[in-house]
Design a protein around this ligand. Structure first.
Ligand code: ATP
Ligand code: MG
Length: 203
């Protein structure tokens, strides 16, 4: 535990997401990958705010950042990074990983992603570079098939995590309809959504 030698690299998980809001699916995925891959830490990285209004409205970055802090605060292995928010604009995973590597020269990076996001990986900006920046870990997600079709061999691990059929989209819709999100998101996040009156105009 406390002892470290310079030759042993820290194992840093990276969980990128919009986190609008963060929910227990994100937290279980990060926790499970941390255990299976013996990660020292998982850093949650909320995406930057898109410059232009896209077809779907994203909550303010500070609200998404604070909900992520609230949700992860109790776990000593979890932290939150502002790099994508402070860079601004649309987030490209290659930028996230490059900046995190610069900040954590002593670490190997493990990028954690759900089956839905993994299937889009080859269409991502700078996709070719991604696999040189981090090891990718694809996790199961209800409603999406986890497949390594088309992914470069050795660059990606696929693992099963306890299935939680929770999405941020569904959480937003529930709040907009007046349905509860208790136990889908951490208690502090339920309170924060209420306090800031988030998602009430959706749907
Ligand atoms: P939205 O519905 O707004 O797209 P989301 O629930 O997909 O939100 P994101 O912030 O888009 O959440 O996801 C961040 C990362 O977490 C992605 O890699 C996504 O695949 C993964 N993820 C989200 N929900 C789950 C879940 N229930 N189980 C496993 N992985 C998940
Ligand atoms: Mg999503």
């Amino acid at each position: 535990m406390g002892e470290q030698t310079a030759s042993v690299k820290r194992r840093l998980g990276v969980m990128g997401g919009t986190f609008d809001p963060i929910h227990h699916g994100h937290l279980v995925a990060a926790s499970e990958v941390a255990a299976q891959f013996h990660l020292d830490e998982v850093v949650f990285v909320p995406t930057g705010q898109p410059w232009q209004k896209s077809h779907k409205t994203v909550s303010p970055a500070e609200d998404r950042y604070l909900m992520t802090v609230i949700a992860t605060a109790s776990n000593p292995q979890f932290s939150v990074s502002r790099i994508d928010i402070d860079r601004g604009g649309k987030t490209y995973t290659a930028d996230t990983l490059r900046d995190l590597r610069a900040e954590n020269a002593d670490a190997d990076l493990f990028f954690i992603t759900g089956a839905d996001a993994l299937s889009q990986i080859l269409t991502w900006h700078d996709a070719a570079e991604l696999f040189s920046l981090a090891h990718f870990i694809g996790v199961t997600r209800p409603g999406h098939i986890l497949t390594d079709a088309g992914l470069p061999e050795g660059g990606v691990s696929l693992i099963e995590v306890p299935a939680l059929a929770i999405s941020s989209t569904d959480c937003r819709a529930r709040v907009a309809q007046g349905d509860p999100v208790w136990y889908l998101v951490p208690d502090g996040v339920v309170r924060y959504i209420d306090k800031r009156e988030l998602y009430r105009d959706d749907g």
